[in-house]
Write a protein that binds this ligand. Structure first.
Ligand SMILES: Cc1cc2nc3c(=O)[nH]c(=O)nc-3n(C[C@H](O)[C@H](O)[C@H](O)COP(=O)(O)O)c2cc1C
Length: 459
């Protein structure tokens, strides 16, 4: 019997060393060149060489200024700043690759569904069906005040808006243009059949969008939907809408609890347990020997910035850690920021975390679990997290960029392939097919986007 196959995504952001604060100064880091296309093309080719499903491009639209109520520490230590646009680099990478998917992050709190639908449909055309969307609701106050709001919306309201936002884009992507609407009939002088292009007439609490959609149907229609909510409301949102979720877990037990919970919530939404692929994030630190890997870990730790990481953690959790003594324990609160990032340090059943310890952990790979060792040892843990923990794939974070990806592709990928748990060739044409199998070009029939009224009922 064929062994359970795993999937891989590369986690990156259009910033210098975005997920390992301070690593921009490491001799192997090229992240300061994120403003050049060559950096992105080189990184995309590496991921495609490693047969990754997609490059996952995180994003924020504001500065980390919770720490000391100022952006100074973020500026000094390049804490996801500069923060360049995640979508504009995609067409250049698509032109240099054939199979790799691209998953930019765009916030439903600040975008408009009508224009976002156009933007992602355009990218799905240009990439020939290789686009996903990481749906986020955003967490920084500095985003809200720069984008026309008086302050950050409460989390519950952000998720309510996100839910309706998705309803609107589903109507635009799935229902506005019927199959066969585009005719290109030169003899009759008809580009497209007007009877097959419909208004959506959406009227709701947050949005009124008459339509029609501005773009003819793209290869996947709806891009593959990624999500990463950790709060109960965030998990329900993921269970309802997402085709893949990203998660950060310290331990195999925590991952197992998370995967069981997401599968239950997915079934409760009328979907199948395996309709949502679960990708825990891991940071690989690879050595020829175990001792060498741990030595490397120490060297990498020495490049982490304490103040920069404390500022990142303040933004992630919403707590101003400039007011904390480094040896103070982190307080367990319900946050309006990223609940999962706080829970990692406050709901750990094995221990309590001081700020100093949390900063040490958060400095490399945004606090994600580190797999440190030889390629064989790392492959062992990947197999265990997949088989026991229920992971469908892994989101690979970096220390130095894109060197971490290169080392993983050169050393760990062949080991996974040797064990028969990882592809040696891409299976499909589109990103969704590579994730779910050939023939799955479109959303599954039981997805809520497909459960809206049929076209003939609606129009
Ligand atoms: C692995 C991971 C990656 C994320 N990437 C982003 C991101 O790039 N931009 C963003 O605004 N939020 C990001 N988030 C935050 C979530 O998408 C979500 O908006 C946030 O966690 C608040 O909701 P929650 O408390 O339900 O988790 C990420 C979360 C995780 C766990």
């Amino acid at each position: 019997m064929k062994k359970k196959q795993i999937h891989l995504n590369g986690f990156i952001q259009n910033s210098p060393s975005p997920h390992s604060t301070g690593l921009w100064k490491h001799e192997n880091d090229r992240g300061t060149r994120h403003n050049r296309l060559k950096y992105w093309i080189d990184t995309a080719k590496t991921l495609e060489r490693g047969k990754f499903d997609a490059m996952f491009i995180a994003d924020v639209l504001g500065t980390y200024s919770v720490y000391g109520n100022s952006h100074d520490a973020a500026v000094r230590h390049a804490v996801q700043l500069p923060a360049h646009d995640p979508t504009l680099v995609i067409p250049a990478m698509a032109a240099a690759t054939e199979h790799l998917g691209f998953a930019p992050t765009i916030s439903t709190t600040y975008a408009q569904p009508y224009s976002l639908a156009r933007q992602l449909s355009t990218l799905d055309h240009l990439t020939e069906g290789r686009v996903a969307w990481n749906v986020v609701t955003s967490y920084l106050e500095s985003e809200a005040v720069n984008l026309g709001l008086d302050g950050r919306l409460p989390k519950a309201l952000r998720y309510d808006r996100a839910d309706e936002f998705l309803e609107v884009v589903y109507k635009l992507w799935e229902d506005s243009w019927e199959e066969g609407a585009v005719l290109h009939d030169r003899e009759k002088d008809i580009f497209a059949d007007a009877d097959k292009v419909h208004m959506i007439n959406h009227q709701g609490e947050f949005f009124n969008v008459p339509g029609p959609h501005l773009v003819e149907p793209s290869p996947q229609r709806t891009p593959v939907l990624f999500q990463a909510g950790a709060s109960p409301k965030g998990r329900d949102f993921a269970a309802k809408h997402a085709e893949a979720v990203f998660t950060k877990n310290h331990s195999l037990d925590a991952l197992t609890a998370y995967t069981n919970d997401i599968r239950e919530r997915t079934i409760a939404q009328g979907r199948n347990a395996d309709d949502v692929l679960i990708f825990p994030m891991i940071l690989p630190i690879i050595g020829a020997t175990e001792a060498e890997a741990w030595q490397k870990y120490e060297d990498l730790q020495n490049n982490v910035s304490y103040e920069g990481t404390a500022s990142l953690l303040s933004g992630h959790t919403g707590i101003d850690f400039s007011q904390y003594d480094p040896d103070q324990y982190i307080e367990d609160i319900e946050t309006e920021a990223v609940q999962g990032n706080l829970d990692m340090y406050t709901k750990d059943p094995d221990r309590r975390w001081t700020l100093r310890e949390a900063v040490k952990n958060h400095g490399l790979g945004n606090g994600t679990v580190k797999f440190i060792g030889t390629p064989e040892q790392i492959a062992d843990r990947i197999e265990e997290w997949s088989e026991v923990g229920g992971a469908d794939g892994f989101n690979i974070a970096q220390t130095y960029s894109p060197g971490t990806f290169k080392e993983f592709v050169d050393h760990v990928v062949p080991e996974l392939q040797k064990r028969g748990i990882y592809r040696t060739e891409y299976e499909g044409e589109t990103l969704r097919e590579n994730m779910f199998g050939k023939g799955r070009r479109y959303l599954a029939g039981n997805h809520p986007a497909k459960r809206t009224k049929t076209l003939s009922e609606r129009y």
